[in-house]
Design a protein around this ligand. Structure first.
Ligand SMILES: Nc1nc2c(c(=O)[nH]1)N[C@H]1C(S)=C(S)[C@@H](COP(=O)(O)O)O[C@H]1N2
Ligand SMILES: [Mo]
Length: 433
């Protein structure tokens, strides 16, 4: 994003058109705080032993000193915020998946330690001094680069989401996962730092017929995907850092491909080889897997883009409501085609919609957080969000998605999701419309 665009985004947020205006904020805080006070007073189990004016023990003693924890970790009270797996989903934990705990995350950045993991042959232990990247095929000057070599090229840092196209795939066929973590948790958003692929392609020089690139991983799965040249020259990146530090082993240390907005599977980890060719390779990961079987028995292949999607993160099964009253309904929206333009929220299963506000910066191909004030009267509700991206694409209903793609698919489920809020405040996953 250019500086001008960035400034405009901030100005947009500050204009009050999409963010809360000052009087609104004051009104909300007044109502909300009054309620919070009442709720605490009425909750018998609330522990107020150390509430002011009492003085808690930790105020009367010295804490741990510096150096005790040279690489910091979250408070022990946050120990529930972890990746989780679904036992029945895969045969073992080598070719498997863990899910991001979306319900407990704030803002739009996924902390590195809870980024979902997907691998087909476990996490290889790659030594950075021994790792090499080969670029060859239809090029003038084939190259083998060490990590040191790579880091001498100009680098860029961008915030982009990464989503496995199988995210929500269990829901597609009617399975009802009981946590947001499992319905939408094959999703993360990090700051990625590395070298634009176009920079390296300039270095090796493309021959006339160069049209596709095979990206191959150094893991036992030899994960390989064919990437069209347009994407390679647009925003594809060779990434070595994530959220300000070197990549985590699970995310492909020391080098991975990131294709912003494209299915996670194309973002080959432990990247060791880029072969330039004139046509796609039709490898295992683009034939038997990561193709979309349609109702008539034919398949969509190379369905790279992660289409516009959104989900409400509060309330959700992990974040029930405790009492009736004022809440912010919150959620995340994202689109592989660019920026999120608009998000609507319904509390009656899609009969009526209200426009949500954005509460984060709005960046292309990044998670975008939205919120809407809601006074819950304690009746049952069907809560949904519906996002629109800057291309005008509107997130479909399940019915629309099944009409277009049938029911055989696993990948690219981006239907409007429904949470059922019950009078006791619990939230369950239902498929509706
Ligand atoms: N080399 C290699 N790259 C890989 C994979 C793999 O198994 N091996 N899994 C892919 C899949 S299916 C996804 S969704 C993403 C997941 O990235 P993450 O584990 O960093 O979240 O990595 C992709 N890159
Ligand atoms: Mo994936």
């Amino acid at each position: 994003m250019s500086q001008r665009e960035f400034d405009r985004t901030l100005a947009d947020m500050a204009s009050g058109e999409r963010s809360m205006t000052a009087p609104e904020r004051r009104r909300f805080l007044k109502g909300g705080l009054a309620l919070a006070g009442a709720a605490v007073a009425s909750t018998a189990s609330a522990d107020t032993r150390f509430a002011p004016p009492e003085v808690p023990p930790w105020t009367k003693s010295l804490g741990a000193g510096v150096g005790v924890n040279p690489y910091g970790s979250p408070s022990p009270h946050e120990a529930h915020v972890v990746r989780r797996t679904v036992d029945w989903l895969t045969a073992d934990n080598i070719a498997s998946i863990s899910f991001t705990p979306l319900a407990d995350l704030k803002g739009i950045i996924t902390p590195s330690g809870v980024v979902f993991e997907r691998y087909h042959a476990g996490v290889p232990e790659v030594h950075p001094d021994q790792h090499r990247l080969m670029i060859h095929g239809l090029v003038d000057r084939p190259l083998v680069l060490s990590m040191d070599d790579l880091m001498r090229f100009p680098s860029v840092s961008v915030i982009r989401f990464l989503e496995c196209p199988a995210n929500g795939g269990m829901e597609w066929r009617g399975a009802q996962m009981d946590r947001l973590q499992f319905t939408h948790g094959m999703l993360s958003c990090c700051e990625w730092t590395g070298v634009l692929l176009s920079t390296l392609l300039e270095e090796v020089g493309l021959k006339k017929d160069a049209a596709w690139i095979l990206a191959e991983g150094a893991d036992g799965a030899h994960m390989s995907r064919s990437i069209p040249m347009d994407k390679a020259l647009d925003d594809a990146m060779l990434v070595y850092a994530q959220n300000g530090e070197m990549l985590r082993p699970e995310q492909g240390y020391p080098l991975r491909l990131i294709n912003p907005g494209w299915e996670g599977n194309t973002c080959v980890k432990w990247l060791r080889r880029l072969e330039i060719g004139d046509k796609p390779w039709h490898h295992r990961e683009e034939t038997s897997k990561y193709t979309d079987l349609l109702a008539d028995g034919t398949s969509r292949e190379f369905s790279y883009e992660q289409e516009c999607n959104s989900v409400v993160t509060s309330p959700c099964p992990e974040k029930p409501f405790k009492t009736k009253g004022k809440y912010m309904i919150e959620g995340l929206a994202w689109s592989g085609r660019g920026r999120i333009k608009h998000v609507d929220i319904s509390v009656d299963g899609g009969a009526n919609w209200r426009e949500a506000r954005f509460t984060s910066e709005i960046m292309p191909k990044a998670l975008t957080r939205f919120a809407l004030e809601w006074d819950w009267d304690g009746s049952p509700a069907l809560i949904q969000s519906r996002a629109v991206d800057e291309t005008g694409y509107v997130q479909p209903t399940y019915r629309q998605l099944r009409e277009a793609r049938g029911t055989n698919s696993i990948y690219h489920k981006n239907a409007i999701h429904t949470w059922k809020l019950s009078p006791n405040g619990t939230v369950s996953n239902v498929q509706f419309a």
